[in-house]
Every structure is written in C-alpha cells, then in structure tokens.
Design a protein around this ligand. Structure first.
Ligand SMILES: Nc1ncnc2c1ncn2[C@@H]1O[C@H](COP(=O)(O)OP(=O)(O)OP(=O)(O)O)[C@@H](O)[C@H]1O
Ligand SMILES: CC(=O)N[C@H]1[C@@H]2OC[C@@H](O2)[C@@H](O)[C@@H]1O[C@H](C)C(=O)O
Length: 386
C-alpha cells in the first residue's frame, strides 16, 4: 500500500485539482481509495497570466521563469494542504503541472507539450519524491503526448461485459474507448481528443458577462437559448473533427481565435448570447457524438462523463439526446469522483513510474512504443532510473 498525491491543472486553468489516494496494487491492476480531494483556485493574477500565455501572448524568458516558479509553488502548497492531518501521509506526488502549450505530432514533426511547475521545486518544497513532466517521453517516441489517462481509465473503469466510453469534458474533451474486459485486450483500447470541451463556452461567458463570470453554472444561461444547428454543421467541417485518431488538441486551436471565427460566422443569424452559448454547447456534444460514430468500432453500452463539464446539466442533456438510448452517466456513479478522476490518474501514473511500469497506450497516442512516463525528482536531487 502506498499513499500518493495527484495534482493537475488543465486547459480551463480553473485551479489545481488535488487528490490524496491510497493505492493497493495487484499483479494485474490497482485499487484506489480516495482519502481527500480539493480544487485550489489560482490567484486571479496568476490565472490571468497563465491564460494570456495559453492564449498565445509572447512573454520574456524572465517572465516564463517567474511563472514557472509561481506555478510550482502553488502546486507544492496544494500538495501540502491536501494531505494535512492525515496519517500516514503521502510518500509520492504525481504532478501534471499546468499546460501552457501543446503542439500535436504531425507528419514528420515531433509533438511538443509544455507544462509549467517544475517537479524538482515541488520535491524540495514538500520534501516528497515528485514525478512530473509526463508527456515528453511519449512525444519523443512519436506520440501525441495526450491523452495519457487512457491506461488508467482501463485499469479503474473497464467493465467485464459492458463496452464503455470514458469522456472527459475539461477545457478540451477527450475519450477512452474501453471494450469489455479491456485490461485483457488493451490493444483494442482507443482514445483521442474530441475537440472543445468547455474552453469556447468559458471564453464566451467571460466575454458576454464582461468578466464577471468565468463559466456558465449548470449551463443555465445556455439553457435559455436555442442552438443554431446549421452553424454547428458548418463548424464541424473544421479539419480537426475529420482527422482520424491518434489526435490531440488544445487552446492553440480551440481558443480565442476559433471562438472569434464562430461568432463572426454567427452574425448573419442575429443570435442572442444565450443562443450562442447553446450553439457552442451543441458544438461540444456534436463533436463528441460525431467522433464516436466515425471512429469507434461500435457504439458503447455506456458513456461515463468526467471533468467539470460533467456538472454542466444542459451539456449533459444535449449529449444524452444525441446518444439515446445509450445511457450518459458520470464516473461518480461508478465510484470514481468525476471532478478528480484526472488528478487520481496522475497519482496512479506517478506510482507506475516509481515501480518502473509504463504509462502510455501507443494505440491511443500513436507512440512507437509504450514508455515510462515522467521524471522522478527527490528532495535530494533528480534520480535517473531505468
Ligand atoms: N457546475 C458547473 N456547471 C457548468 N460548467 C462547469 C461546472 N463546474 C465546472 N464547469 C466547467 O468545467 C471547467 C473546469 O473543468 P476541469 O477542471 O475538468 O477543466 P480542466 O481540467 O482544466 O480541463 P482539461 O481536462 O482540458 O485539462 C470550468 O471551466 C467550467 O467550464
Ligand atoms: C496537453 C494537455 O494538457 N492535454 C490535455 C487536454 O485536456 C483534455 C485533453 O486535452 C487531454 O488529452 C489532456 O489531458 C489529459 C489529462 C490526458 O492527457 O489524458
């Protein structure tokens, strides 16, 4: 048994998700007990600095260094806070860090992905061995570097007889397709980034609310509107949605510029803000549905949502309508907290790294081979281990 902290802040930049878990492992899989979970919001200043960088703003190397320091300190404070008081405490941290740039692999160009929050600093500040920088090893062997949670999804969410899709709806959406008894047929597991999750919705809400809101609670604003389906069909012609897996994306594509193109295309329709939010919600759910129908060997028996978008009632209803009669549930309904599944995943990925167990699924990322994910930083220095 080992106690591990998983930390992640994703493309919504809404804060650091921290999960404190106990991991028991057998020869075939891991058993997870969630001890504590919490989201630690960024300070408004730090969030806005990160969002500007994610939005493509140029900064100096000195500013980048300062931002990396601030993110590492914020992650270390979250790690200290989440395990406060529990005994025994954690012996390992898995820190995804904060994605600020992602360049998917294409043709003969390696992918590139940058997450801020240096593991060596977190290890020093917490005095705990810290695994970080998970994506580079998959990228170096020709992978997309994302999604990385698929092997964990298979371990903790596959079902003996049901075929499942685990659908994360964060800033960006990503799916893992799990055939029945997936662990014993991992070559049949597939996954990809489906496209925008909440990223366009959040940007639109921040603009329409003049900065007073960061997201549409429960999708209540969008629910007051009517989606314009012809716009959704037009937007779905974007190359990314036609691209077969393996594929990954980020705010570099589905960010402010893409939103602006959507709003410009919508002008002739004279839509209200609620109509626009409803239409952007349909883009998210339509892109998920279309990718399933286009790229899956068969439609799943169940869809399990996770990520903040799983709390968006209007979005969940729209996806259910599109996938009926397939039940659209959340991972919480099968015992895996939907808001912290990704943080838990990075605790497991860090544990696997510490045990010399590979973490990526080449069938998902397109990597040439399965590799060890993450660099191990101890309080007394960085260990280079096989
Ligand atoms: N109650 C809610 N109603 C509607 N939307 C919500 C709710 N709670 C969270 N969200 C959405 O979820 C987002 C945060 O989700 P999450 O933390 O999964 O994103 P992330 O991890 O940063 O993204 P990614 O998975 O792309 O890395 C918020 O920005 C918001 O858009
Ligand atoms: C570069 C990066 O941070 N990608 C994220 C993003 O957010 C959702 C989707 O795109 C996913 O592929 C990925 O994160 C999750 C944790 C993953 O790698 O599985």
């Amino acid at each position: 048994m080992v106690r591990v902290i998983g930390l992640i802040s994703g493309t919504s930049v809404d804060g650091i998700d921290a999960a404190f878990v106990e991991i028991k492992s057998s020869s075939t899989s891991v058993q997870i007990q969630l001890i504590a979970a919490q989201t630690y919001p960024y300070s408004p200043e730090l969030r806005s600095q990160i969002l500007r960088l994610c939005g493509g703003e140029s900064i100096s190397m000195a500013e980048l260094a300062q931002l990396d320091d601030a993110v590492a300190i914020a992650f270390a404070l979250a790690a200290r806070a989440i395990q406060g008081g529990f005994e025994p405490g954690a012996t390992l941290i898995g820190s995804h860090g904060q994605t600020v740039f992602h360049r998917p692999q294409k043709e003969n160009q390696l992918g590139y992905s940058l997450q801020l929050g240096r593991g060596a600093v977190i290890a020093q500040l917490t005095n705990l061995t810290t695994v970080s920088n998970f994506r580079v090893a998959d990228l170096a062997v020709g992978g997309q570097g994302a999604p990385l949670v698929s092997r964990v999804d298979a371990d903790i969410l596959s079902h003996p007889t049901y075929c499942r899709c685990v659908q994360n709806i964060g800033g960006i959406g990503n799916v893992t397709y799990l055939p029945p008894d997936a662990l014993n047929c991992s070559e049949q597991i597939i996954g990809w980034d489906t496209g925008p999750g909440n990223s366009l919705l959040d940007l639109a809400v921040q603009s329409f609310s003049h900065g007073t809101k960061t997201y549409d609670q429960d999708g209540a604003w969008a629910a007051q509107g009517t989606p314009c389906m012809s716009l959704v069909e037009q937007w779905l012609k974007q190359d990314f949605f036609q691209q077969p897996p393996p594929k990954s994306t980020g705010r570099e594509l589905f960010g402010q510029d893409y939103l602006q193109q959507c709003l410009t295309a919508a002008q002739p329709y004279h839509l209200s803000e609620a109509d626009l939010l409803a239409t952007l919600t349909e883009l998210t759910t339509a892109s998920i549905e279309q990718s399933y129908r286009q790229f899956l060997p068969q439609m799943p028996d169940q869809v399990l949502l996770c990520g903040g978008g799983s709390d968006n009632l209007f979005l969940k209803q729209s996806l259910q309508k599109r996938l009926n009669p397939i039940p659209v549930m959340t991972t919480s309904e099968v015992g895996m907290d939907a808001n912290f599944k990704e943080a838990i995943a990075f605790a497991v990925l860090a544990y696997w790294r510490s045990q010399g167990i590979v973490g990526n699924l080449p069938e998902v990322t397109g990597a040439k081979t399965a590799v060890l994910l993450g660099e191990i930083h101890t309080a007394w220095g960085t260990r280079v281990v096989r």
